[in-house]
Design a protein around this ligand. Sequence first.
Ligand code: NAP
Ligand code: ZN
Ligand code: ZN
Length: 357
Amino acid sequence: MLSWSKTQGTMIPVKGYAAQNSKTPLAPFKFDRRELKPHDVLIDIMYCGVCHSDIHMVRDEWGGSIYPLVPGHEIVGKVNRVGTEVKKFKTGELAGVGVLVDSCRTCTSCKQGLEQYCEVHWVPTYSGLEMDMKTVTYGGYSNQIVTDENYVLRISGKLKLEGVAPLLCAGITTYSPLRHWKVGRGHKVGVVGLGGLGHMAVKFASSLGAEVTMLSTSDSKRADAKRLGAAHFINTKDENAFNENKNQFEIIINTISAPHDINNYVSLLKLDGTMVMVGIPPEDPSISVSGLISKRKTIAGSMIGGMKETQEMLDYCTEKNIVSDVEVIAMKDINSAYERMIKGDVRYRFVIDMSTL
Ligand code: NAP
Ligand code: ZN
Ligand code: ZN
């Protein structure tokens, strides 16, 4: 094993897939990772999930994307080697990397394990800036990644690894609000949009004991929604879908990735109900104030989860045998997978097998 002092200053050449700008498809791309610092872990990536955020970012739908852009923040792999001071991991162990790879570590949020809400700067796994505010990050559509051990998750070997990868984003993004709003037995929960996030929300909410209703535009997903744990299914394209289901949910988790009328979904909340926005459509919706005040309703937002809670979620999944339902694809098929996701044609997460890179 090479020590940091011997290799300091050199770089690790890796390969991946990148978008060169917002209009071109993803294509093979060679780049360098930093040589290991004392607390860094080098991971050989085995699987990387495909999140709808990857599409928003590749196409610059939110603004601010940095190119070349190597997406991917649902990463599972094996530790290749570790820096001199690393305590948490050994060569050969499984490891995971999610949506964030660093933060200030000293602000109130970071100290509470809420690194995603860091008050100074948090570092996204791709298309973001490191804490030096100049080094660009590259994500998991690649064969290797270098990440500080404090931002690497422990992965159990008990679950299918391709099904574990999406837990690193889709899993934690839905688990965190369900826990924050203390969802459990006796709660009626609505989940909007049956895609990567939505199917994990159904699995988690039902495993926590809630009565789950799936709200979907795709009637073809009705049977799957039940299998995943939903007690009820509402096809939101039905003419009377909203009128007939008013004022019934304590919590709605909204995962829709595209522009839509959120007031229709607010109308389904009961008194004091909350709709948690986790989906991030490119355009902000307009809100009916009267729709909120008539029953003291709340619209909230939630972003991924901190390192502690992400580990807790992974351990919960191991205990309850929860993984994502995946379709494994080869790296070269990524552009057609994006097209299928945009049509809602994913059951329910594409995961790239990195051995095909
Ligand atoms: P996805 O797999 O593509 O699923 C989105 C689902 O939304 C689709 O399967 C579809 O479900 C529904 N949908 C799509 N277009 C719609 C429309 N025009 N009207 C109504 N429903 C529509 O996406 P994902 O990976 O789950 O991500 C969902 C969103 O969450 C994205 O915007 C992503 O960027 C965001 N996200 C946020 C966080 C966070 O921290 N808050 C983290 C990860 C991702 P049906 O077929 O059932 O209708
Ligand atoms: Zn994501
Ligand atoms: Zn911080």
